[in-house]
Design a protein around this ligand. Structure first.
Ligand SMILES: [Zn+2]
Length: 373
């Protein structure tokens, strides 16, 4: 980079060499505040076992502002930039990541994630959360919004109050983990299984709760929760019918296939995600379930799981679709006049004939440079 082109070009032109120039990537789902759990939670073949591992590890760090937690957030921000990410969808239960994000070069939506199955005063609970994010000063690049953790961990009346709060906000994407594991499907359909046991053990069970008796997607849709502002994360267990329903609502499916493999959720049906007409975005999930925050590595896993999905569609998911879902498409996601020039160069070896296919084959951060303009 920076080498003057030999001939036929103006003095301000720069020969970047054999590179692809592309918009900075969008990591539409991560949990930066869990970065201190890197390599701390072993892989599992059973999702609830993995969740128990996360809960146990978090109990050892009760102070969300602990130095090791904040240091890991800063490292994760640096790693994200080094991996070519320009924009994040960051899930937080503590909001500790908001300040560090505003001081970083990244753009982000920080989703303040609510998790409360037994909530005697759902509206007051959501109002209090709303006031907490209203107290944060958004910047040009970093905004806050609300999210629900999952249909098995958030009470129906909290979901309703959350949805009402989202509807009152002119800018407000919303996120929810949805149809991630078989245990979730069983719990929402029948109210039984490992989730029921876990809720009872942690004292969160609500004896008045009635199992919806349908799929998690239908449950959220019947609750009026699903629309085009929702990022539905994972979708591993969605049926064809679920996928059609989600597509009809215009929600964005965010796939995190490496995390799904680590947690025991299973392999996401990525070919079906696209075939059903859904908008698809890409996330790494947290470092508690992914080896790194490299969205290019996530794309390589998607390519392996869905060899027939065209590479340009996968790249569109990791850029334009993520930016649109997070409400940042006026500035990010494509190279267009008027948008921020947050552009990335990727070294392309001369042997690579199909550049788009190469870009979804696994790119090492050493191949990346941010374009200085
Ligand atoms: Zn997540």
């Amino acid at each position: 980079m920076g080498r003057r082109a030999p001939s036929g070009v103006g003095e301000h032109d720069v020969d970047l060499g054999r590179v692809a120039v592309m918009p900075g990537l969008v990591n539409a789902h991560t949990h930066l505040e869990l970065s201190y759990l890197r390599d701390e939670v072993p892989p599992s073949s059973v999702f609830v076992t993995w969740i128990r591992g996360v809960m146990a590890a978090r109990r050892g760090h009760p102070d969300p502002m602990a130095p090791e937690i904040l240091a890991a957030v800063d490292e994760a921000l640096d790693e994200s930039v080094a991996c070519g990410t320009a924009l994040l969808g960051d899930i937080s239960n503590t909001l500790v990541t908001f300040g560090p994000l505003t001081r970083s070069p990244l753009a982000a939506v920080v989703f303040y994630e609510l998790i409360r199955f037994n909530a005697p005063e759902p509206e007051a609970f959501v109002d209090a959360a709303r006031r907490q994010i209203d107290a944060l000063a958004p910047t040009e690049r970093v905004r806050a919004s609300l999210a629900a953790h999952a249909p098995y961990s958030v009470a129906p009346l909290v979901l309703r109050a959350l949805r009402a709060a989202i509807d009152r906000d002119p800018f407000a994407p919303c996120s929810v983990h949805l149809s991630e594991s078989q245990e979730e499907v069983e719990f929402i359909r029948r109210g039984t299984g490992p989730w029921r046991t876990l809720l009872e053990q942690v004292g969160a069970w609500d004896p008045a709760w009635v199992p919806p008796g349908v799929s998690p997607v239908q449950f959220l849709d019947d609750s009026g929760f699903l629309d085009s502002r929702v990022l539905a994360v994972h979708g591993v267990q969605m049926t064809e019918r679920d996928l059609r329903r989600l597509a009809a609502r215009g929600a964005t499916l965010v796939t995190c296939p490496r995390s799904n493999g680590h947690t025991g959720a299973g392999a996401p049906p990525i070919t079906e995600f696209y075939a059903s007409g859904n908008r698809v975005a890409v996330g790494t999930d947290s470092l508690a379930s992914a080896p790194d925050l490299n969205v290019f590595a996530e794309l390589a896993t998607m390519r392996a799981l869905a060899p027939n999905v065209p590479a340009p569609l996968l790249l569109d998911s990791a850029t334009r679709q993520g930016a649109r879902a997070l409400g940042f498409d006026a500035d990010y996601g494509t190279i267009e006049p008027g948008k921020r020039a947050r552009l990335l160069t990727v070294q392309i070896p001369s042997a690579a004939i199909d550049v788009e296919e190469y870009l979804v084959s696994g790119i090492d951060p050493a191949q990346l440079r941010w374009l200085e303009i």
